[in-house]
Design a protein around this ligand. Structure first.
Ligand SMILES: C[S@@+](CC[C@H](N)C(=O)[O-])C[C@H]1O[C@@H](n2cnc3c(N)ncnc32)[C@H](O)[C@@H]1O
Length: 326
């Protein structure tokens, strides 16, 4: 029987409130992470003149969202990475009044064992958001070098990254590691009991982020967003992982309070207005009802006139890279 998947949109009321306060009559917007369409459905209800483009890497999610939202006649569905937002927007010939991204996984992906995202149940070691992409978790775990595995595990602050990479490199000599259950058992067998859950969380998250190129997609999304927005547009991002939130924070901060080298003769102009005063968290009531909202950080900015006077491509790219590496 078909399982019925639902996804509770996180901090939905706050997202609507920010958009409502900042925009008069939004007419064109991009939901970069359509998922099962929870946020988009509410955006379309709230703003009757709005036409939305909903992007998702996950064809299965798009099909579900299509069934839910197609009847509105005010949404286009795009199977792609949000890293390509510039070319997607240009194919519609319009600049978005707002851009929204709700990063990470949907409940559909987490709960469907066969997709291999969860360490709670055993499925194929897959973890691809886009099932047509060539790189899966199986490839990384079985064929990447021990050094590469260590780098991947370190990217999610796994303190025993070197040791666990060595363990996996040894274990795979006995045969392919092909399920999430097998990977979990290997990690458990080499981790003190008390630390098992956190270790699995970090390792699974690190592998998933690598499989889906999540950090580099996010960097591309942010730099491209600024290029396609117009003064008055809103960019709003929900992240669930400190590494991702750091990227969003640096990028926004750069525009809210631009820095120039000491003794630089010109006063830099802000090109973002901070709409959330840093990051907002979900309230107690929501976190009780929806555990996914526990780690969310919501940040939003309004694009200012000065954004059109800066050389976005070179300027931001360099400073962003420097910050991400640092
Ligand atoms: C947290 S869910 C979004 C849930 C949605 N807001 C809702 O209320 O139903 C994140 C979605 O973003 C998609 N996604 C993640 N990274 C992506 C990327 N780089 N490009 C396109 N879609 C992406 C995932 O496949 C997933 O469906």
């Amino acid at each position: 029987m078909e399982q019925d998947f639902t996804h509770q949109p996180v901090m939905l009321d706050k997202c609507l409130e920010i958009l409502d306060h900042s925009l008069d009559t939004p007419r064109f917007a991009i939901d970069c992470t359509l998922g099962l369409g929870g946020h988009s459905e509410a955006f379309l209800q709230k703003f009757p003149s709005l036409f939305l483009v909903g992007i998702d890497k996950d064809q299965e999610a798009l099909e579900i969202a299509k069934k839910r939202l197609n009847k509105t006649g005010r949404i286009a569905f795009v199977h792609d990475s949000f890293a390509n937002i510039a070319s997607i927007a240009s194919s519609f010939g319009r600049s978005p009044d707002f851009i929204f991204a709700d990063l990470g996984l949907s409940s559909l992906q987490i709960d469907k064992t066969a997709r291999g995202f969860s360490y709670m149940s055993s499925g194929d070691l897959d973890m691809r958001m886009d099932s047509s992409s060539p790189l899966s978790a199986k490839e990384i775990i079985n064929f990447w070098s021990q050094e590469e595995l260590e780098r991947v595990f370190k990217s999610c602050q796994e303190p025993r990254a070197r040791y666990l990479a060595k363990v996996i490199a040894e274990e795979r000599k006995n045969g392919e590691i092909s399920t999430t259950g097998e990977l979990s058992s290997i990690l458990d067998a080499h981790t003190p009991f008390k630390e098992r859950l956190q270790t699995k969380k970090r390792v699974f998250q690190a592998v998933r982020m690598e499989v889906n190129g999540e950090k580099s997609d996010l960097e591309k999304l942010l730099t491209s967003s600024l290029k396609i927005c117009h003064p008055g547009s809103v960019i709003m991002v929900e992240s669930y992982h400190s590494g991702e939130d750091k990227i969003v924070k640096s990028f926004f901060q750069e525009g809210i309070c631009p820095k120039v080298p000491p003794k630089f003769p010109l006063e830099p102009e802000p090109y973002f207005k901070d709409l959330t005063r840093g990051a907002l968290k979900a309230g107690e009531e929501e976190t009780k009802k929806n555990s996914r909202s526990h780690s969310v950080r919501l940040r939003a900015v309004e694009v200012l006139e000065a954004s059109k006077r800066i050389k976005i491509k070179d300027y931001n790219r360099k400073s962003l890279n420097k910050k991400v590496r640092g």
